[in-house]
Design a protein around this ligand. Structure first.
Ligand SMILES: *Cc1c(COP(=O)(O)O)cnc(C)c1O
Length: 400
């Protein structure tokens, strides 16, 4: 019956994904079940969305209560969940102003508009440039795609928004070489996710902060994948003490409800987007906002950040052990519960074998296995994952 469902999907959906051949039906904790009842340990969490796993106590109840009150109002009016969510996200991020969106890409779009407007108000120019990183990923809409540093994602959709220059993460000189009087912003992921799990180094982030301060360029940090607790800090930049002028967040923010946000400091908030400059029908709706608000409450009540710091050290040790014992694995990279094993050669076969054995893993590029589990995993889940992964590595042959 799963085969028939997949055939129906393929006859109706636009084929923009080569999907794994399973239909997922329900989740419980850190496990997913397909429609035939097969159980999977989930180390992808809907790509970093299900930070608290499936049906975390209190989460569903909060959403159901909001459904019974009000789902949507439009942004012509205030609503209490959005006020609540805004206060809480300001507190955990240390930023001053927030704009809620429905997705990560939309948050990036807003960040780009805010940066351009900030520069426009300063000098009146309409040819400002943004510096982005090679191998970055910021989303699929035209603005977000324009700052995405993977040419194959962009090529067929040219022209991009234009005036974007690319440099290399962790190479400050390559960034400085692109700066000129038109530069309005530098955008980067604090940990590159899709591009292969490349964390920005502390010294690079500090250098970017100095460069931006010296020239009043805005530093935009995209925390959509690495943010919201995954690093053991709410936002990964907090680990380094390098505060952005604008930051983006989404994925885990709603814990399963599609939401995002871009946030800024008061300096940017007071001198960029004003009434009439930006908007959204759904962004900040009571339902999405209730999800954000509850997620932050649950993070606080259960001290999720401390748990992530502890469990991620264990995950790192187990992955390092595998990397030391299998020639196929080149290195482990990552931060907190966003980890990658860079391999010699493609990892698709390994990931396929893992799925057969009831373990959901995803890649980050052709040669990197990505580990982005729910933040509530315990040691036993890490052991279960490495046990299955090791069996797959054995089957694929030690030499790869
Ligand atoms: C996933 C992702 C996005 C895009 O988010 P969507 O919700 O898919 O639009 C942007 N930036 C980063 C770093 C991401 O990982």
């Amino acid at each position: 019956m799963m085969k028939e469902a997949i055939a129906e999907a393929e006859s109706a959906l636009l084929h923009t994904y080569n999907r794994y051949q399973i239909v997922l039906e329900r989740g419980e904790g850190v496990y997913l079940y397909d429609m035939e009842g097969k159980k999977y340990l989930d180390f992808a969490s809907g790509i970093g969305v299900f930070a608290l796993g499936y049906h975390f106590p209190g989460y569903d109840e909060a959403l159901k209560a909001q459904i019974d009150k009000l789902l949507h109002t439009s942004n012509y009016y205030y609503n209490l969940p959005a006020i609540d969510a805004a206060k809480k996200i300001k507190k955990i991020s240390g930023m001053d102003r927030v704009f809620f969106t429905n997705s990560g890409a939309e948050a990036v779009e807003g960040a780009i508009k805010a940066a351009r407007k900030y520069a426009y108000l300063k000098d009146g120019r309409t040819d400002h440039e943004i510096i982005a990183m090679n191998h970055s990923f910021h989303g699929r809409t035209m603005g977000a795609l324009s700052v995405t540093g993977t040419p194959k994602y962009r090529e067929a959709f040219a022209p991009m928004i234009g005036h974007i220059r690319f440099a290399d993460i962790n190479d400050a000189e390559s960034v400085k070489a692109q700066v000129n009087e038109k530069t309005c912003a530098i955008i980067l992921e604090t940990v590159q996710g899709e591009g292969g799990i490349h964390p920005a180094q502390a010294s690079f982030l500090e250098e970017m902060r100095r460069l931006c301060d010296a020239r009043d360029i805005l530093l935009i940090l995209d925390e959509i994948q690495c943010g919201m607790g995954r690093s053991g800090f709410y936002y990964t930049w907090q680990k380094y003490g390098v505060k952005p002028d604008i930051m983006t967040t989404a994925k885990a923010l709603g814990g399963g409800v599609p939401v995002g946000a871009f946030l800024m400091t008061e300096k940017v908030g007071a001198h960029s987007l004003a009434a009439g400059d930006h908007g959204t029908t759904y962004g900040g709706n009571p339902f999405g906002a209730a999800a954000i608000s509850k997620m932050i409450d649950l993070f606080e009540e259960h001290d999720i950040l401390s748990h992530v710091r502890e469990i991620s050290a264990y995950l790192e040790a187990r992955l390092d052990d595998l990397a030391a014992r299998y020639d196929r694995i080149r290195e482990r990279r990552g931060c907190g519960l966003l980890q990658g094993l860079a391999c010699n050669g493609p990892v698709a076969e390994l990931i396929g074998k893992a799925l057969d054995k009831g373990l959901i893993l995803i890649n980050a590029g052709q040669e990197v296995i990505r580990f982005i589990p729910p933040l509530i995993i315990e040691r036993a889940h890490v052991d279960e994952m490495t046990g299955i992964l090791e069996a797959c590595l054995e089957e694929c042959g030690k030499q790869g």
